[in-house]
Write a protein that binds this ligand. Structure first.
Ligand SMILES: NC(=O)NC(NC(N)=O)C(=O)[O-]
Ligand SMILES: [Zn+2]
Ligand SMILES: [Zn+2]
Length: 403
């Protein structure tokens, strides 16, 4: 019955942003995002949980009405997706955690330590050039510049945020999340192929990679593609190509570094106009913060040498997960008669942001079939999805009812 509920809800949420290519696009503050956050409130209310929404549009669902200033056990993930992403990234942890908290509350009543499920407004950075805005707001790590950001259509973060929070106010009160986080537990798909190739069904995350994203800009002067001589041009694309070639040559030599140029936008982005500006998004990651810092140093030297500029849109350090909580996950995995292993995460997570605010945090991973994610083919076997949720529920029970 409970198992059926998880699968039914995951399929329902998949429809909120389903694309013609078989993926899901549910970016922060879009129509489907709003429907999904409202649906989350309805699910939480059904279990008698106490909901509120913060000024970013993050929803909290707790086992008691007044969690103000109390140390709570927080569990959840993010509601947004990348563009044409998979059906499980983020939402798997969001749905599993609210069901786990709701079902424990229904069965065992008020816990000794309050439990609170959370559906973070945004984590991916796929609409505005800022990431983890939900968990950064909660942990006082968000700087105000975010509110002035514009998406591709020119819509501002702040206006979109305000409109959606006003909508959410119709279904749940607005509040300030001023509780203390005693522990944070996030259930997520692995997104890589380690668990898929191992006999284990569950991984406890030991560390999360450090990640920096740069939005690099080259400048030129727009003019006619046919009448402007090659010799006299100031072409932002020519500079961008030169810059990217240098970045590839330099970073490819760094062992263990993962780097991606996944977004490039020319302005005005017209076939027969020389670009006056090119924006390039570069994402770099490493488990060793020193190597990441060194890669960043190299990239900024290249940027300066070609006369480009950049803005750092993501900057999270390599982060260890809490050791005690890791042990707790390992115990619960064994109690569920599942095989577990330890793993580091190459993906960034809200758990990392929360851990950096000094709150003990941990993650539970389930396998991703063929190690694919951020694409429509992203999938996890039903057995594994259910197993992950059982482990999460057991961890929450032990921490909230037995300590
Ligand atoms: N779990 C994720 O897919 N996270 C992603 N998003 C951020 N913000 O790190 C990423 O790119 O790794
Ligand atoms: Zn993701
Ligand atoms: Zn995610």
């Amino acid at each position: 019955m409970n198992d059926e509920k998880l699968m039914t809800l995951l399929h329902e949420f998949k429809q909120l942003g389903a694309t013609s290519m078989g993926g899901v696009t549910r970016c922060v503050y879009d129509d489907n995002w709003s429907l999904a956050q409202k649906k989350y409130v309805a699910i939480a209310n059904d279990y008698g949980l106490y909901c509120f929404c913060d000024k970013m549009g993050t929803i909290y669902a707790a086992t008691s009405d007044h969690i103000s200033h109390k140390p709570v056990i927080l569990t959840g993930s993010h509601m947004d997706t990348v563009v044409n992403g998979g059906w499980l990234d983020g939402i798997y942890g969001v749905v599993s955690s609210v069901l786990a908290v709701g079902q424990l509350f229904q069965k065992f009543g008020t816990p000794k330590i309050p439990l609170c499920a959370v559906s973070f407004s945004e984590e991916e950075g796929s609409r505005f050039d800022a990431t983890f805005t939900g968990s950064r707001y909660l942990t006082h790590q968000l700087d105000d510049a975010v509110f002035n950001l514009k998406d591709r259509t020119g819509a501002t973060f702040n206006q979109e945020r305000q409109n959606r929070v006003t909508e959410l106010r119709q279904v749940t009160p607005i509040g300030i999340p001023d509780f203390k986080i005693r522990s944070y537990i996030e259930l997520h798909i692995e997104q890589g192929n380690t668990l898929d190739q191992s006999p284990a069904n569950i991984a406890v995350v030991t560390d999360i990679v450090g990640q920096k994203r740069l939005l690099i800009t080259t400048k030129g002067i727009s003019n006619h593609a046919g009448t402007t001589q090659m010799s006299g041009r100031v072409d932002a694309m020519r500079k961008a190509v030169d810059l990217m070639t240098k970045i590839y040559s330099s970073l490819e030599l760094m062992k263990g570094l993962r780097f991606t140029i996944g977004k490039i936008i020319a302005f005005p982005n017209v076939a027969n106009v020389i670009p006056e500006k090119v924006d390039i998004a570069l994402d770099i990651r490493h488990i060793d913060q020193n190597v990441l810092d060194q890669a960043f140093e190299q990239v900024t030297q290249i940027i300066n040498a070609v006369g480009a500029t950049y803005r750092l849109t993501t900057n999270v350090v390599a982060t260890p997960m809490d050791y005690q909580l890791q042990q707790q996950v390992i115990r619960s995995t064994k109690q569920e008669k599942l095989v577990g292993e330890r793993l580091f995460s190459g993906a960034g997570h809200d758990a990392q942001v929360i851990a950096n605010s000094k709150a003990p945090s941990v993650m539970i991973f389930v396998p991703s079939q063929n190690g694919v994610s951020h694409v429509p083919q992203e999938n996890t076997a039903e057995f594994d999805l259910l197993a992950g949720q059982r482990v999460l529920k057991r961890v929450l029970y032990d921490l909230a009812y037995c300590s």
